[in-house]
Design a protein around this ligand. Structure first.
Ligand SMILES: Cc1cc2nc3c(=O)[nH]c(=O)nc-3n(C[C@H](O)[C@H](O)[C@H](O)COP(=O)(O)OP(=O)(O)OC[C@H]3O[C@@H](n4cnc5c(N)ncnc54)[C@H](O)[C@@H]3O)c2cc1C
Length: 374
């Protein structure tokens, strides 16, 4: 039976981190995977911008976790141990540090060196077939949907540029610069990304972004050469099930994202690889129990944290930053803040859950691959 399943082709819709991780998991276990990507290449929804591969939700390093999934870290990555955090108005600035990397700075896009390019190369080398420029309406034989976000619960807007500034990671929490979110300036080896990440008031995106440019120019003398605009959306939702008949949903297509700050890459890779393993084993319930065990409580905790974060306001941000004790390891603090807690689960159900409506309606009686019919 296991040998029979390995001969069957498993189709995957979407070649982001979730889809490529799923395909790699299948191929590494001896199965056959074909990925359909509607764009002409992987990572085409990004433009070489920096993103953070978070490394705080577990004690173990995220690169070890990738290794266990058969993903080699053959992409440019810079471990980040220190972040300068500004409070509203820049009145308070704190350097927060950690012994182990807080996250890895990676680039997203189609070019060599990006996370997406590396995953593509590894998948192709493992025998995965990728069909670019093809989008399927349906997966009639089952499979995995990893098509990324389908609605905007958060958006990011920013500039990519070249610069002669020193490397550094800077973030600001401020209602003036990012509606319910945060803004960041990432500089690494002559490249820069400056962006605002909004969780509300999307219509004023331009205004927020220009305020961010002014802020970082005043504070750090930011120098942008050849600036290019970029932007994107993210969605988060906690599904009741990530399965619809014989189709599994993974990554942001299922709503798996970090609802506090939008660090979704790790959830995408983890859920994609698990969906791939489950499809190959022909045991779809295995995937349901995986994400419910590994991701669900993190999601609820992060959603609960967001509820509190949104209520802090500028005064609260300044107070929290002002009280932050220097010398404390920020990675450990973040790990604890994201660690599932009974009271946060309860708070999520009582108060915070309303905003996190599922994307999937598994009971809808239609056969769209992506069901939003109801
Ligand atoms: C500007 C921005 C900054 C971000 N910063 C961070 C960060 O710092 N850290 C972090 O962890 N996360 C970050 N995220 C979130 C992160 O990028 C996503 O969570 C992650 O890429 C989700 O992976 P995915 O595979 O689920 O979806 P995606 O990466 O969106 O991949 C989905 C793929 O499916 C393709 N597709 C869509 N529809 C179809 C179809 N019908 N048929 C075939 N193909 C299809 C798309 O073209 C795309 O290539 C950021 C997001 C944005 C927009």
């Amino acid at each position: 039976m296991a040998e029979e399943r390995k001969k069957q082709l498993i189709e995957i819709s979407g070649a982001g981190p979730a889809g490529l991780a799923a395909a790699l998991a299948i191929a590494r276990a001896g199965g056959r995977a074909r990925v359909y990507e509607r764009r002409d290449d992987v990572g085409a929804r990004f433009h070489g911008d920096f993103q953070g591969l978070e490394n705080w939700t577990t004690q173990a390093d995220v690169l070890e976790e990738l290794d266990e999934m058969g993903i080699a870290p053959e992409f440019e990555r810079t471990p980040i141990h220190e972040v300068t955090c500004f409070g509203p108005g820049g009145i308070i600035a704190r350097k927060v540090g950690s012994q182990q990397p807080l996250f890895y700075l990676v680039r997203r896009g189609s070019e060599a060196g990006t996370l997406d390019y590396s995953l593509k190369q590894q998948a192709l080398a493992a025998g995965v077939e990728i069909r670019f420029g093809e989008a399927l309406r349906k997966l009639p034989n089952g499979g995995i949907v990893t098509e990324g976000p389908h609605r905007a619960d958060a958006i990011a807007a920013g500039y990519l540029f070249e610069t002669d500034m020193a490397d550094g990671v800077h973030a600001i929490v401020s209602g003036q610069l990012a509606g319910s979110g945060y803004a960041y300036l990432l500089i690494c080896k002559g490249r820069g990304t400056l962006a605002t990440c909004l969780f509300s008031d999307f219509h004023n995106e331009r205004l927020y972004l220009e305020r961010c440019v002014d802020f970082f120019t005043d504070q750090l003398g930011v120098r942008m050469h050849n600036p290019r605009r970029f932007g994107g959306t993210g969605n988060f939702a906690l599904p009741k099930t990530a399965r619809k008949r014989n189709i599994l949903y993974a990554g942001e297509a299922a709503g798996f994202q970090d609802p506090l700050f939008g660090f979704g890459i790790r959830f995408a890779v983890l859920s994609g690889a698990a969906a791939g393993r489950a499809q190959l084993a022909g045991n779809l319930e295995q995937y349901e129990s995986f994400w419910k065990h590994r991701l669900r409580d993190y999601y609820k905790t992060a959603a609960c944290n967001r509820w509190f974060y949104e209520r802090l306001g500028d005064r609260g941000y300044n107070r929290v930053l002002g009280l932050y004790p220097g010398g404390r390891d920020i990675r450990e603090r973040m790990r604890r803040a994201y660690a599932p807690r009974l009271w946060k689960r309860a708070w999520y159900h009582l108060v915070a859950a309303k905003r996190h409506t599922p994307l999937l309606n598994p009971h809808a009686d239609c056969d769209c691959t992506w069901c939003r019919c109801t």
